[in-house]
Design a protein around this ligand. Structure first.
Ligand code: TXA
Ligand code: MG
Length: 327
């Protein structure tokens, strides 16, 4: 499918089938929800998900919310808890995201969760958004459809303005102005008591009415950070130490390469982010390969230098956090 310059389309049968095709081809489609417009990609396609970070110019890999058309498909990807069931019954479909332990079998790329074992799930309240999600039949990962640092988009025109110099999203489905205009409330529902990760229009009092608990706030040292839960929650730390900008391997290390590998001793646990030095491919593989090497039980993973341009900035950000001394 070629780039359609009239990228904004009303929600109808034609635009729904165009959106499904584009998602299946690994493109981005923006769509309205009751909170804000989302910049969606097939959550199972890691390369498609890299387009989200690239298009938004997001300098780090914050984990993304996966969107589903109904409760059953959402709970099919995660470990249910009594708390989550209570909240879902009360507030889904609607402006609430639940963080639960992952239980998907490859439907969600590791890049979506930024390597975490948890997963953020939302069943949007907007009927048009749910219609799209039902039609595509796979979870759709979507952050707000704005360039990093710009205001959250609440109309299709906001989205088009943000991305008029970009080839993605290929399509913006106009579902009208967002009713709520504020991103969803994010609740960690893995335990017995809810933890409010991001306030939104499902308020603490509403959560208390349903669950009996006034939600706890995440522990934080610096109150402004409360508003960006990704910063708090996404510190993916491999068990192994990382040695960055490696050019050779030391005894007992695993190797995570980029571009041409040096000669490695036989039986070295090794993986390559992109033998061709392609940063999109590297970003799409990053968390999965790090997990894979970490699982071998090595003490140290030597990581080749990654250029700090484009998506390389985000890869670098994550590598530095993962390599930082543990508290
Ligand atoms: O209303 C919304 O939630 C919109 C629409 C499009 O659904 N989406 C949205 O996405 O606001 P985004 O990417 O701007 O914010 C997602 C937030 C991030 O702050 C991220 O850190 C947090 O969700 N998040 C995602 N997965 C998480 C996880 N496993 N644990 C904790 N926080 C998570
Ligand atoms: Mg956002």
């Amino acid at each position: 499918m070629t780039l359609n310059l009239t990228r904004i389309q009303p929600l109808d049968d034609d635009s729904i089938s165009a959106a499904v095709t584009l998602w299946q081809q690994g493109h981005l489609v923006a769509f309205g929800t009751e909170t804000v417009y989302g910049l969606g990609a097939d959550a199972g396609n890691a390369l498609a998900v890299t387009h989200i970070f690239k298009t938004k110019n997001r300098p780090e890999f914050n984990p993304l919310i996966s969107h589903l058309p109904d409760q059953d498909s959402a709970f099919g990807l995660a470990m249910r808890t009594t708390l989550a069931e209570q909240l879902a019954e009360a507030f889904w479909p609607g402006p609430m995201t639940l963080v639960l332990n992952r239980q998907d079998h490859g439907q969600i790329a590791d890049l979506v969760t930024a390597g975490l074992d948890s997963l953020a799930l939302r069943v949007p309240g907007h009927a048009g958004a749910r219609e799209l999600l039902k039609a595509v039949g796979t979870p759709i990962a979507a952050p707000s459809a704005n360039s990093s640092g710009r205001l959250s988009p609440t109309t299709a025109d906001h989205v088009a303005d943000s991305f008029h110099h970009h080839s993605e999203p290929r399509l913006i489905i106009d579902t009208g102005p967002c009713q709520k205009g504020l991103e969803s409330t994010i609740i960690d529902a893995r335990g017995e008591a809810p933890i409010l990760l991001r306030p939104g229009s499902v308020t603490a009092d509403m959560i208390k009415d349903v669950t009996g608990y006034l939600p706890l706030l995440p522990e934080h040292k610096n109150p402004p950070q409360l508003l960006s839960p990704g910063q708090l929650a996404s510190h993916y730390a491999p068990r192994a130490q990382l040695r960055l900008n490696a050019t050779t391997i030391h005894e007992g290390e695993a190797w995570l390469g980029f571009g041409t590998d040096p000669i490695l001793p036989p039986d070295t646990p090794a993986a390559n982010l992109s033998p061709d030095g392609n940063l999109d491919e590297a970003a799409s593989q990053f968390f999965s390969l790090l997990h894979q090497l970490d699982a071998t039980g090595v003490k140290t993973i030597a990581v080749a230098a990654i250029p700090e341009t484009g998506l390389g900035v985000a890869i670098h950000d994550r590598l530095c956090r993962a390599a930082a001394p543990r508290p």
